[in-house]
Write a protein that binds this ligand. Sequence first.
Ligand code: ADP
Ligand code: MG
Length: 454
Amino acid sequence: MEAHPAAGDWEQFRQTLRGRVTPVTWRAWLESLVLEHSEGSSLRIVAPSEFHLRWVNDKYRLLIEEVARLAFGSEVTVELAAADAQAFEGPIVDDEPEPEPAPAAAVATHPEPGRLVPKYSFENFVVGQGNRFAHAAAMAIAEQPGGNYNPLFVFGGAGLGKTHLLQAIAQHAHDLHPRLEIIYLSSEAFFNHFIEGIRKKRMDEFKARYRGVDLLLLDDVQFLEGKEQILEEFFHTFNSLYEAGKQLVFSADRPPKSLSSLEDRIRSRFEWGLTTDIQPPDVETRLAILRKNAAFAPQVVPQPVLEFIATRVVDNIRELEGALTRVTAYAALTHQPIDLEMAEDVLQDLGPAHMTAPISPGRILAATAESFGVSIVELEGPSRRQPLARARQVSMYLCRELTDLSLPKIGGLFGGRDHTTVLHGVNTVGRLMKTDPTLFDRVTALLQSLRRTT
Ligand code: ADP
Ligand code: MG
């Protein structure tokens, strides 16, 4: 192979990366990565095996992207691949991926694990009192789809791990039974796909697609309430899969009997198998989740700080993680070790009796627009120029932090953007907050003012 033009930057990339991780991590996971080629602003980095790749993608992708930007410039995009397989594209690939053509974007066939969030695995799922039963049922289904628990219906409040659990089933089932056809998707994506089928007169494709799966996981079915057109089709899909012994898994924010606008025949089918709830985590579980997350932080997070966070955020795991991220981001920015005083300072907006009052997306857009000096119409619009694009990503981040909206829903607020675009925006802001003090201050100020005025 001829000498690579980017060879010098690659060495710099490796040295920087090496300085950012422990020697063990370096030797175990990162040293063996190879630059296969770089073209324009895109890098293709290859790991020795599929397994190796998954691990790297899961644990070090953000770090790799960050260091790549330092070494190769801020425009760089990273593709991770395995030497023994096809490219594995994580959810964060390029800047604003164009919305994908049909089928709807959240669909995973033969699940392409890249479409699922790698973090949402059983390994990363902390089991506690509130979710023990749901977890056990989910495991059993991944091991033996179409077995004893069919359908599985998981319900619980926002941020308690329903999506995590459903995606963990999809990923684990795929690992154990690679030949199974598995589809995970939000009810919203399912609905959009259905509408598209009608519009393009391709209902046969729609039917064939969903009736041909072995394991169908439909997230947030409360979304289907009141959508009469699709419920009829859903009913037939359900029957045909169920009768063929295929596994069905549903989640919702309430139990089937409270999905009051659904017809009885559909509601009762949800209850044919196993219905289980997820309860808010007890303090032990909250601590365990924080500890698990803190293990990935570049700094040590002392136990009293974890306890402080665990007592402040009690009923939403997404917020729990968000609070920890803000503290570690602040410490990274200011190059200070994390201590209790700092945590209290950074998390002022989480008062002692922190209640999660709903905050409307409209207010989030208005506040972000004002802070960045752009208009709400521009935030919703197509332009990708800066600082507008960044402002849009910040509003996506705030919507994720402050509301219960799903990724597709958030995308809908911004002119129907794809859920992967939203995820990318949210992750980008989370990452940049660690290196950009201005952005950190701005996001913190927005969070605090939005929370204060509820
Ligand atoms: P829901 O779909 O119920 O709103 P999510 O599945 O999106 O909730 O979970 C919110 C966040 O909390 C995710 O980042 C998820 O990884 C995390 N989370 C939820 N439950 C657990 C758990 N038991 N262990 C570790 N992380 C969890
Ligand atoms: Mg969810």
